[in-house]
Design a binder for this molecule. Structure first.
Ligand SMILES: *Cc1c(COP(=O)(O)O)cnc(C)c1O
Length: 424
């Protein structure tokens, strides 16, 4: 399988090169050049999660990884459970937050860390990543104490929850964190500027672990298959995906492109509604990012959207029929949190927002699956406000809650960041 740079299709690389390089020429994103359908999807759905994921990923990465290496990577990356539970009639919650950072990003970050360790043996590597909240923890925990790898995480100061911050800014060692005095889009821009500086890229062995990196996307394809495998035979569900950078959505569409039965995909956004407006009007008209209670989705320039379009243009997915998108306000999200709680289901605001969009869109007779992307306790303050009762912390969060934040503070200034990266 070759991966092409979608901005410069003449650049075509192996999976290993795409993972190690992160971004292509001219900041272009790598994406599979061709997508063949999987043989025997029915049989595949009978396998357990790890065995099936190995087959799917081998299909996608091609001969960049031997069967043995891939087996180890998948086993080590996907070493935590995934749950699915019924929430009302015809609706299921796919809980993707049972990994070490309590967010779905563990799937992508852990698989990517495994791949990089294999592809990059011996070379100095600096992982530079921007986070709107959960990527930071997933990436930091996936790479923590890995020999030869330094991690630098940028995040918007004051715009991640105190608990999110504690999860990735208290580790020390090979993990350094910078609070940027601006919003997430500014952090993302600093990462892009760094990758544009060839001297810097070479000097520190720069790599991104954002959803820019194609390894993360491919890993996320696997849990869509698991969801369908757990449904009664022959059901093609409607998936509702709480979307910010659209990596999760891209993975779902990719799963469908290689043969997973899917009825429809819903991209649920908060008030940062560039995509729902685009799908309605055909105009790409990003507005300034606004802060919401679903902060991991406070993004008005979704990085992965070109990949979504690529799935339509190059790979022939009927996006017009397949993809719908709704914007959900903070008030509606809080109402959804309360409605779910009344049904006996505690959801974090991002997951509740996806449920709300599903409620709006789901027709009689359809099966809906909403993706639960974060553990509710990560958004304890918001939930306690909405529900007026205490929300207990799981042990993973209890232990970090007391630790000291070790971050540096910095203006959104590329020259300052460059000095920081070079002086290590
Ligand atoms: C990152 C994140 C999202 C958004 O996922 P994308 O792949 O960026 O669209 C949604 N919910 C939570 C909790 C997240 O951490």
């Amino acid at each position: 399988m070759q991966f092409i740079n979608i901005s410069h299709p003449e650049q075509s690389v192996s999976f290993a090169q795409a993972v190690v390089t992160g971004l292509g020429k001219g900041q272009g994103l790598f994406f599979p050049g061709q997508l063949q359908p999987l043989a025997e999807v029915e049989g595949l759905l009978e396998l357990d999660f790890v065995s099936r994921s190995k087959v799917i990923l081998q299909h996608l990465v091609g001969d960049s990884m031997s069967a043995e290496v891939l087996q180890t990577c998948v086993e080590q990356a996907f070493n935590f459970p995934l749950e699915m539970s019924a929430v009302g009639d015809g609706t299921l919650a796919l809980e993707l937050f049972h990994g070490p950072s309590l967010a779905f990003k563990d799937f992508g970050a852990r698989f990517m860390a495994q791949c990089l360790a294999g592809f990059n043996a011996g070379r100095r590597t600096t992982i530079l990543t921007a986070t709107s909240g959960d990527t930071g923890a997933a990436v930091a925990l996936a790479f923590y104490a890995q020999p030869g790898i330094d991690v630098v995480v940028l995040y918007p100061q004051g715009k991640v929850t105190p608990l999110q911050e504690k999860l990735f800014c208290t580790l020390g060692g090979n993990i350094r964190t910078i609070a940027i005095e601006d919003d997430f889009d500014a952090c993302q821009k600093l990462v892009k500027e760094s990758f544009d500086d060839q001297a810097l890229v070479t000097e520190v062995g720069l790599n991104s672990a954002n959803s820019i990196n194609v390894a993360r996307l491919l890993a996320q394809v696997c849990y869509y298959f698991e969801a369908v495998a757990r449904l009664p035979h022959g059901r093609a569900p409607v998936f509702s995906v709480p979307s910010g950078n659209f990596g999760n959505m891209t993975a779902g569409l990719l799963a469908h492109a290689i043969g997973l039965p899917v009825k429809r995909m819903i991209a649920a956004t908060n008030r940062n509604d560039t995509v729902p407006r685009y799908l309605r009007t055909g105009k790409w008209d990003p507005r300034p990012t606004v802060a919401t209670i679903t902060n991991a989705m406070d993004i008005s320039l979704p990085n992965n959207f070109p990949r979504v379009l690529e799935l339509g243009e190059r790979h022939g997915l009927p996006l017009q029929d397949l993809l719908t998108s709704f914007s959900v306000s903070d008030d509606e999200t809080l109402e959804a949190v309360r409605a779910l709680d009344a049904m006996g289901y505690l959801a974090d605001p991002h997951s509740a927002l996806a449920w709300k969009a599903l409620q709006v869109s789901l027709q009689d007779g359809e099966t809906g699956v909403f993706l639960c992307t974060a553990h509710p306790a990560k958004f304890k303050e918001t939930l306690e406000g909405a529900l007026e009762r205490p929300v207990p912390l799981p042990p993973e969060l209890q232990s970090v809650a007391e630790k000291e934040v070790l971050s540096t503070t910095m203006a959104a200034d590329f020259a300052a960041l460059k000095r920081f990266l070079l002086n290590q």
